[in-house]
Design a protein. Sequence first.
Length: 63
Amino acid sequence: MNNNFSKLKDLVMSLEADFEKFYDKNNAAAGTRVRKGMQDLKNMAQDIRKEVQDMKNSATEKK
């Protein structure tokens, strides 16, 4: 659990500078990096969501 959460936090924090460059300085390349990072975040969230669902289902089956 901690590993997934750490990866999620690291990804979000790694985008901070690009968010600032895009929104504060209108840097288009930073916007591209933000969009890519957000897609990576979406994929990571989906993977974690699936893992949680699988764990929940396997716990229910054991009962």
